[in-house]
Write a protein that binds this ligand. Sequence first.
Ligand code: KIV
Length: 281
Amino acid sequence: MKKKRTRFDLQRMKAEGKRAVWMTAYDFTTAQLAEQAGMDMLLVGDSLGMAVYGYSGTVPVTMDQCIYHSEAVRRGAPDTFVIGDMPFGAYQADVADAVRNAVRFHKEAGVDCIKLEGGQRVAKVIRAIADGGMLVMGHVGLTPQSSGAMGGFRAQGRTAESAQAIIEDARAVYQAGAFAVLVEAIPPEVTRMIAADLPVPVYGIGAGDCDGQVMICSDILGIFQAFTPKFVKKYAELGKEMLDVFKSYAADVRQGRFPDDVHTYKMPPEELDKLKALRGS
Ligand code: KIV
């Protein structure tokens, strides 16, 4: 049996220069496979809004949706460190609300930590959740929940001023009590400065090499069709394979090739005779 990572393991990995690997998962089966593959962590990202529900962004995602999917992932990966992603609206209105929602994630879904987006502006929220005895991961750089305000899903920190603001955001969330920070869609030079500046693990998505990487499951599998960010490496084209499977299945049924003998239950001949007799035929 695999031993679940703790914050101390993750911290040690940073010290030893060992990169942590994680990905998103939204369902039981994927979580089971990801655990078998030896993922260090799993994120039940609010990206489920796009990957599972077909929204055009993450803003409509609710706490209830995140909880349902986190429960399924927890069941599929009991020995993996699971991160619950606080959806838009779960921590913006007031700090008490944010703490209540972080508690829900732990009590109802059994997550190991929560992640939330934003820098200095969410420092108070991070402090309150950490003071409540829960682990918090920060998320700075491109923060998809505010993609509207940012003018779309665009790389961040490409000017000296904006890079400096992200570096300050990362420091603010660390100082507020975050045990790790995720940086998204920023130049690798800026990521390296943040990883060198902070004593806690700094993970990246679209941000170059650092203490570890996260990728969105449906992106690396090649299933998500709406768009592919520059930083995504597709390890398969499962979307195309799925399409072929669905077409073959439909053709088999329409041509009478399925179900065939191999895929049907057999009735012992004497029972069939008895049944015919019962029915008088
Ligand atoms: O929701 C999500 O999947 C994320 C990724 C950008 C890591 O936060």
